[in-house]
Design a protein. Structure first.
Length: 189
C-alpha cells in the first residue's frame, strides 16, 4: 500500500471514521498476524497479540505523526507487543543449532530448492522459518517477504543496522541447516 493512501485513511480514522480504520486493519491484518506468529510460534497467541496491536493502534492513532511509514509504526508495535507477550508468559522459544552449517549445505539446499515449484518452495521455507527463534524469524520476514531495507528494520526493532545484518546472516545460516535437514530425506527417497 502506498504511503499517500495510508495517510488518507489515517487522517479519516483520526477524525473518527471507523470504516477508514477498518480499511487499514484489512490492509495490514495478515502481516501483523504473520509477524506475531513468527515470534510466538502459536496461532492463538498470535491472534491475541494481533488484536492487541490493532487496539493499541486505534487508541494511539492520534499520536502517529507520520515521521515514519505507517507500516513501520505498525510493525514496531507488533514487535513490542510480541516481546511483551513472551516476557509476560515467560516461555522458551524453540531455536535451531547452527554448528552444522557450512557453505556446502547452503549450496546443496539451493540446488534442491531449484527443483521445487514456487509454491512448494514457499511452504517449505515458511515451515523451516517456524523453527527459527521468534526475533530471527520476524527480522527475516520483514527483509525477505516485505522487502524492507535494513534501516527500516533497525528502526522497527530498535536494533542497529549492523545487529540486523548479523541477525539476518545467522538466520540464513540456521535456515540453511533446517532446509537441508528437511529436504535431504525427501530427495534421497
Amino acid at each position: 500500500m502506498k504511503t499517500n493512501q495510508d495517510q488518507h485513511y489515517i487522517e479519516k480514522a483520526k477524525k473518527g471514521d471507523t470504516k477508514a480504520f477498518a480499511f487499514l486493519v484489512d490492509q495490514y491484518k495478515n502481516m501483523v498476524y504473520t509477524l506475531a506468529f513468527r515470534m510466538l510460534k502459536n496461532k492463538e497467541e498470535a491472534e491475541e497479540v494481533a488484536q492487541d496491536v490493532f487496539l493499541k493502534v486505534y487508541n494511539g492513532l492520534s499520536t502517529f505523526k507520520g515521521d515514519s511509514k505507517f507500516s513501520s509504526w505498525l510493525y514496531r508495535i507488533t514487535y513490542n507487543r510480541s516481546l511483551d507477550y513472551i516476557k509476560k508468559h515467560t516461555r522458551e522459544v524453540k531455536t535451531a543449532p547452527i554448528d552444522a552449517y557450512t557453505e556446502r549445505y547452503v549450496r546443496a539446499v539451493e540446488d534442491i530448492l531449484v527443483g521445487f515449484e514456487a509454491e512448494d518452495r514457499k511452504n517449505v521455507v515458511k515451515k523451516a522459518m517456524d523453527e527459527l527463534s521468534g526475533e530471527d524469524s520476524f527480522i527475516m520476514t520483514l527483509y525477505y517477504f516485505k522487502e524492507l531495507p535494513l534501516s527500516e528494520i533497525a528502526d522497527i526493532t530498535k536494533l542497529t543496522k549492523s545487529v540486523v545484518k548479523v541477525r539476518l546472516f545467522r538466520g540464513r545460516k540456521k535456515l540453511a541447516v533446517l532446509l537441508k535437514n528437511r529436504l535431504e530425506p525427501e530427495t534421497i527417497g
